[in-house]
Write a protein that binds this ligand. Sequence first.
Ligand code: HAM
Length: 487
Amino acid sequence: MFVWITVRYSTAFSPATTRAYTKLTTCLASSNGRISNAIQDKSLLDKTNTDETRRVVSEKLDTNPPKGTRDFYPEDMRLRNWLFDQWRDTARISGFVEYDAPVLESEALYTRKAGEEVTQQLYNFVDKGERAVTLRPEMTPSLARMVMAKKGALPLPFKWFSIPQCWRYERMTRGRRREHFQWNMDIWGVAGEEAEAELIAAMVSFFEGVGLTSEDVGIKVNSRLVIGEVLNELGIPPEKFAATCVLVDKLEKVPVDAIQGELEELGLDRSVVEKLLNVLTNKSIESLRDTLGADSKAVLQLEKFMSLCDAYGIQDWIILDASVVRGLAYYTGIVFEAFDRKGQLRAIAGGGRYDKLLETFGGDSIPAAGFGFGDAVIVELLKERNILPSFEESGIDTVVFAMNEKLFPAAIHAAAALRKAGQSVDLILEAKKSKWVFKHADRLGAKYCLIVGESEYENGEVAVKDLKLGEQVNVKIEELGSWATSQ
Ligand code: HAM
């Protein structure tokens, strides 16, 4: 008989807990209930206050993850990995290389003073070394820090990508949560609009790769030079540019009256705001040209960008929209946002040029552009369009099991041969009835079940059942490797 014995310690009586309690009670006893010197030793208290002892006295655990965060069970993980693979493949075919940075950053990296929402949504705290730190809300400042750390030693231009988890203490709405993964694609060292066009072309190739078309998704494009030109004409000094852009972005979401105080603080009167809002209503390059003049730098820049998009063949995806300003302070030129054409979801992705970000950190400016693309809205959109693949199947090729305990070593050898040939193999580790094994294989979506049975084994063979076709064949044990590679 194949008998499996599971020894379970109750949490309260596991050896570590028992040792901790023995030490604690001995100390208390020898001091008539007072805490002895040994106990006053904080390190001993820490040792006794293990997770296990805490659990003994605590309430039943709330099994929900913290609000706004997610658990990834295997099926969710398959979806996440699939999405990351699409992002990685797109980045690779476009010549971007991967980098990473810590999820914990210095808070100073984000304390910009332009009134951006993101700086008010930090998951920040003071660590044990009295340092003000925060979980990163976005990747761009980390990337800038990494570039600055190399002090000009990085060969430019470069094209880098990353898939960081980002943390923002946001109000939760559809497509916005408190943690998300964000595909970042950035090009540093290219001053021309060729960088933005290359970035957007890569984004489009991702959309096409997952089965979306320009009828599903549009990419709204504008340039912050538009606002710059209006402010310049009205005599507003350049120092107010970044904060004005952030406020104008807010104006897209709230009425002017709601941010009247902030406008006054910036010294912008209603007439400036009205002029800005008026310019931002332009929805075509022609009307923008009529408003700003044919020799406007903003217009020339956008015209060049559009002609590059034509060359990439992505013009159907692009929509000029002067109302797109973006809420981050550091953008200086072209800005863009991908959105679902039905207009039901939040922005799918967003980015732009940020040539002066390093200056704000006390470094020399380097031209840079990039985008961030979250994992939440795109999954919603793919689900809605019914083009998300199924992630129910585990990806396991073969379930291997022995009919009795004596045959288990043979099952180990069979599993090893299949694994060596590259198959994903689930070896059944306990005594189970074959009915259970087939049900289990079905639940996993496995393709084959390999059965090590007495009579086949005596002939140096095992039985392999094709679970889709329902057919069963015998395979010689020494030929299992070549059988696996032929499947
Ligand atoms: P962002 O517009 O703040 O830009 O975020 C970019 C994208 O990240 C959004 O369009 C959305 O897909 C996703 N995202 C942002 N916040 C959340 C959230 N709370 N929940 C779910 N998804 C979210 C940036 O972060 C810039 N650093 C992007 C960039 C890279 N610019 C240049 N390079």
